[in-house]
Design a protein around this ligand. Structure first.
Ligand SMILES: *Cc1c(COP(=O)(O)O)cnc(C)c1O
Length: 366
């Protein structure tokens, strides 16, 4: 039995007929960019999250850098972000010329809220909160710190559609929430897609203008913007998937609950969920000291795993210029050496799950 880390085909067949009907509908409509699918999706996703506005964009990275751009955060500014994130979070900051200041993660793999204040300087303008692996960060504490120091808050919700703290959804706490609809995300399109959410009328308007060459009215360009539009066909697919997102998340919960209850191997550390928040289980990430040995053992048994993420952004070649030496973020670096994502996807069968659990439970460190 070959088991891949993810199976997007399984997620497609779950609602195949609806997706195929939507594709035909959009193809036949004769309207392919910024039409009724996008505006309907924006309304539906705003309603879903509880945000006042949603603006569809080309992808998650665009959502991040456009967020900082419309907030006016760039050169000479610092943005606080957790060290153990996907590099796109950091690029969202640096594309604008701002400097990322890394904070270590806690045991939940999100930003350690007790270590934020010591990193705030007179240059700090914002905190970028990443809800990593689907788990909502401790937003009320973070918002209190931001308020005290007069900082903006941007949320990277690329992995956390629907995750909450005390019943309030991520993407609605800070100034702007940034979402990705890349196919492997919990709310995935069949190509690239992204969006921002905000409760601020002015910011929503600015993003709308920015995504379309800086123009609200055709050929009247107010600012130097970009081209970052969500396609009609992708918005249509997202409208098919959004009403099923509750079921999609429930299924992931069931799989991960089995992992949590049935994985019994003293060599691995299981993920934990912080009190007061929920996770939508974008990934099920264990920690293991002899990681390569486990990867090899599982590969021999046709179970393929992946690492999110093997090189922390501060040690990436792209960020050499930041001059942050190895050893500066020991917890972040330890996580990069030890994390491993187990196979997790909608449509995963009981047999597949039994097999992965048994194989991991039988693994012995030699
Ligand atoms: C996927 C992802 C992004 C970027 O989204 P794209 O749509 O691929 O540009 C940003 N941040 C995090 C945490 C992600 O997982």
């Amino acid at each position: 039995m070959k088991i891949m880390p993810n199976r997007l085909d399984r997620g497609f067949v779950q609602y195949q007929e609806e997706f195929e009907n939507k594709a035909i509908e959009v193809l036949r409509s004769g309207w392919y960019v910024l039409g009724k699918e996008v505006s309907s999706f924006e309304q539906e996703f705003a309603d879903y999250t509880g945000a006042k506005h949603c603006v569809g964009l080309g992808n998650g990275l665009d959502a991040l850098w456009i967020a900082f751009r419309v907030l006016g955060i760039g050169k000479d500014d610092e943005v606080i972000v957790q060290g153990n994130t996907y590099i796109a979070s950091v690029m969202g900051i640096t594309i604008n010329g701002a400097t990322p200041v890394f904070v270590e993660p806690n045991i939940y793999r999100n930003i350690d809220v007790d270590k934020i204040e010591e990193k705030i300087t007179e240059k700090t303008k914002a905190i970028l909160v990443v809800h990593l692996y689907g788990q909502c960060s401790e937003m009320s504490t973070i918002m209190a710190i931001a308020k005290k120091h007069n900082l903006r808050v941007v949320e990277d919700c690329a992995q956390s559609h629907g995750a909450m703290e005390n019943g309030k959804q991520c993407g609605t706490f800070g100034d702007i929430g940034c979402f990705s609809f890349y196919p492997s995300k919990n709310l995935g399109a069949f190509g690239d897609g992204g969006a921002i959410t905000t409760n601020d009328d002015d910011l929503a308007k600015k993003v709308k203008i920015f995504r379309n060459y800086g123009s609200e009215e055709r050929y009247y360009n107010m600012v130097v913007g970009t081209n970052s539009r969500l396609d009609e066909i992708q918005a249509g697919f997202l409208r098919v998937r959004l009403p099923h997102l509750g079921e999609v998340t429930k299924e992931r919960h069931n799989i991960c609950t089995r992992y949590l209850n049935e994985l019994k191997n003293e060599n691995i550390v299981l993920p934990e969920v912080c009190d007061g928040v929920t996770t939508v289980w974008h990934q099920f990430v264990i920690r293991v000291k002899n990681r390569q040995a486990l990867i090899d053992y599982l590969n021999e048994r046709e179970i393929v795993t992946i690492i999110h993420y093997p090189i922390p952004p501060h040690l990436a070649e792209a960020y050499k210029y930041l001059n942050i030496p190895k050893g500066s973020l020991p917890i972040t670096e330890k996580y990069a050496d030890e994390v491993l994502s187990l196979p997790l996807y909608n449509g995963m069968t009981e047999e597949e799950l039994d097999y992965v659990i048994n194989m991991i439970n039988n693994w012995e460190v030699k």
